[in-house]
Design a protein around this ligand. Structure first.
Ligand code: DX5
Ligand code: ZN
Length: 214
């Protein structure tokens, strides 16, 4: 499977965000990972609609929006409107209306991704697998950039890939959290093909850093 790098702007310098996104475009990364946090589902608050709408005017990169918010269905329409290409929500945050959330994202013309926290078993994704365009296996506890990769994630990625393959599905598996040039080959080998990286891309030379992850 083709490896796609999705730099997370959570680690960007917001003073020069536009410039750094231009660097990402030059680097060969195809996605831009956009972390939205509500201070409820996760302890911190990141940024929201005005930021996304304004960077949309500046780039053609694929907007990979990672919603760390409770009851994501309330906002998917707005995220689609301001230019999200893929909307990934957390299974734990959408209990009771998971299918409805996936269907709504698709009806808005976006790709639908589902994310699971480190403590959530991958078997919980099985009922929705056929409908999803991407499954995000969190490799750190969501909420903050710059954390260390949780080693047990490797086995989780491997299991998720096996579950998909057994059903004849070639769905994208995304990993997010603590990915560096040193461990990227481990997650790829386990079956991940969409690689999120914040600190490992934005600290230092963006173009060089992305090359090391490809
Ligand atoms: C964490 C976010 C990540 C974060 C990754 O909750 O979902 O996307 O930006 O940052 P790094 O790559 O620095 O761990
Ligand atoms: Zn993320």
């Amino acid at each position: 499977m083709e490896t796609i790098i999705s730099p997370s702007i959570l680690a960007a310098d917001f003073n020069i965000l536009g410039q750094q996104i231009q660097e990402v475009e030059k680097s060969g990364a195809k996605y831009l990972h956009i972390d939205v946090m509500d201070g409820v589902f996760v302890p911190s608050i990141s940024f929201g609609m005005p930021v996304i709408a304004s960077i949309r005017k500046n780039t053609k990169l694929f907007f990979d929006v990672h919603l760390m918010i409770v009851e994501p269905i309330r906002y998917v329409e707005e995220f689609a409107k301001i230019g999200a290409d893929m909307i990934t929500f957390h299974l734990e945050a959408a209990k009771g209306h998971v299918e409805e959330t996936i269907d709504k994202i698709h009806s808005l013309g976006c790709k639908a991704g589902m994310s699971v926290k480190p403590a959530t078993d991958v078997s919980e994704v099985i009922p929705y697998m056929e409908k999803l365009d991407m499954i995000l296996i969190m490799t750190v506890e969501p909420g903050f950039g710059g954390q260390k990769y949780i080693e047990s994630s490797t086995e989780k990625i491997r299991r998720m890939r096996r579950l998909l393959t057994e059903r004849g599905l070639a769905t994208d598996i995304q990993v997010d959290g603590g990915i560096t040039a040193d461990n990227v080959s481990v997650v790829k080998e386990a079956g991940a093909n969409v690689i999120v990286a914040g600190s490992a891309v934005f600290k230092g030379n963006i173009v060089e850093n992305v090359k090391k992850l490809l």
